[in-house]
Write a protein that binds this ligand. Structure first.
Ligand SMILES: Cc1ncc(COP(=O)(O)O)c(C=O)c1O
Length: 399
């Protein structure tokens, strides 16, 4: 046996979700606001696209690792129409979800690590935990920044932590867990830093169609000089409410794509061929339906956001105001005398599952993350459970 250290670390969000699903299978009633899963029904146009694509026998063979030419043509058109991003066929990879996209982006960024060890990737101390685990798995060195009090982009700290070994930063806006959206000014300043210090930005944009306040943000890749140093990671998981399908894509200049294709070729080769053609049929034949679905889902998320924020305002409880995505990051008052795990456990005993802040970093141990992608009925039940906790802890309503 070699003495190599095992670096693989399971996703705490997946582990928590498995625990909750086990409880439900065991007969308990639990409201699942722990997981970032759209509750809206999978749109009919995707079922139609599935039927259209499955009729074609040719969709069952291996494709290029980066996806069949046809799906890359459709994605190229889609990202132009949706986000005004111009990417040609050799700058697109169809991936098994955004999670795989992040893995490929990090692998490509650290590709020549063996000859030049010590590469650093900057991430946020309040972050989706998979970034941390993927960087470790690829032997990168993690550099943590932030969070600022209001979870704005901690530019001064990023600047201070850049070294000659900085290879990349991973950003995510709209953000999980805070639902903040970084402004174009903040992104512009970050772009300047990336250009000045020659590092890559891995931009996780999985929530960029779920905009609840203000305009859809621009991608950092749109800034002058940034296309060549940005890897955009996105997926249809949240956008079209199909997280289980594992349909994602990566956009980057060809040289970066070559490294990512090399990495992917030894993992799953091409992502599911039938899925590629379903997504293609959906893009080509149902673009307007897709826009309508996104608009309708966002109206529902916004209604839930307004309800949940009004609830916490009524009780004088602090939270990060959600601008995009579908999470509210709620600050636990000191007088609760519990950390995020203990608070989540108390709520779980009452039948409500939330994600403890500690999952997103040690600096977040006085927060819990509540996903408000759920029905109004479930949301009301969930807030009743939280209200019981407030009363127990002596929190009083603001009249
Ligand atoms: C910030 C962020 N990035 C990526 C993902 C993964 O997306 P996918 O399901 O497409 O792999 C998630 C899922 O919750 C996420 O929150």
């Amino acid at each position: 046996m070699s003495g190599k250290k095992i670096k693989a670390k399971g996703s705490p969000l997946n582990e928590l979700n498995a625990k909750i699903l086990e409880l439900i299978i065991g007969g308990q009633t639990v409201i699942r606001l722990n997981v970032g899963e759209p509750h809206v029904t999978t749109p009919l146009f995707l079922i139609e696209a599935g039927a259209e694509a499955s009729k074609m026998e040719s969709n069952n063979g291996y494709t290029f690792v980066e996806g069949a030419i046809e799906i890359r043509e459709s994605i190229s058109e889609f990202v132009y129409k949706m986000f005004t991003l111009e990417y040609s066929l050799d700058e697109i990879i169809f991936t098994s979800g955004a999670k795989q996209g992040i893995d490929l982006a990090v692998a490509a960024t650290l590709a020549d690590q063996e000859t030049k060890p010590g590469y650093e990737i900057i991430i946020f101390a309040s972050d989706w935990p998979t970034y941390n685990a993927i960087i470790r798995a690829h032997d990168g060195i993690l550099v943590l920044v932030g969070p600022n009090e209001d979870f704005s982009l901690p530019l001064a700290e990023i600047r201070a932590k850049i070294t000659k070994n900085t290879r990349a930063i991973i950003i995510n806006s709209p953000n999980n867990p805070t639902s903040v959206i970084w402004s174009n000014e903040e992104l512009g300043e970050l772009a300047q830093l990336a250009i000045e210090h020659d590092f890559i930005v891995i931009s996780d944009e999985v929530y960029n169609t779920i905009i609840l306040e203000g305009e859809m943000p621009v991608s950092i890749a749109s800034f002058k000089g940034m296309k060549e140093r940005t890897i955009i990671v996105n997926s249809f998981s949240k956008m079209w409410a199909i997280p289980g399908w594992r349909a994602g894509f990566v956009l980057a200049i060809n040289a970066k794509c070559r490294d990512m294709i090399a990495a992917k070729s030894n993992i799953d080769g091409n992502s599911c061929s039938l899925l590629q053609f379903i997504i293609k049929a959906a893009i080509d034949n149902h673009f307007e339906d897709s826009l309508a679905f996104i608009k309708k889902s966002n109206e529902e998320y916004k209604k839930n956001k307004d309800y949940i924020c009004a609830f916490f305002d009524l009780w004088g409880i602090e939270y990060v105001p959600p601008k995009g995505a579908f999470y509210v990051f709620v600050k636990l008052p000191k007088k609760f005398g519990v950390n995020s795990e203990e608070c989540s456990e108390i709520l779980l005993q009452e039948g409500l599952a939330v994600a403890p802040g500690i999952i997103f970093g040690e600096t977040c141990d006085d927060y819990i993350r509540i996903c408000f992608a759920t029905t109004t009925e479930e949301l009301i039940k969930a807030m009743n459970i939280i209200e019981k906790l407030f009363i127990q802890k002596g929190v009083v309503k603001i009249e």
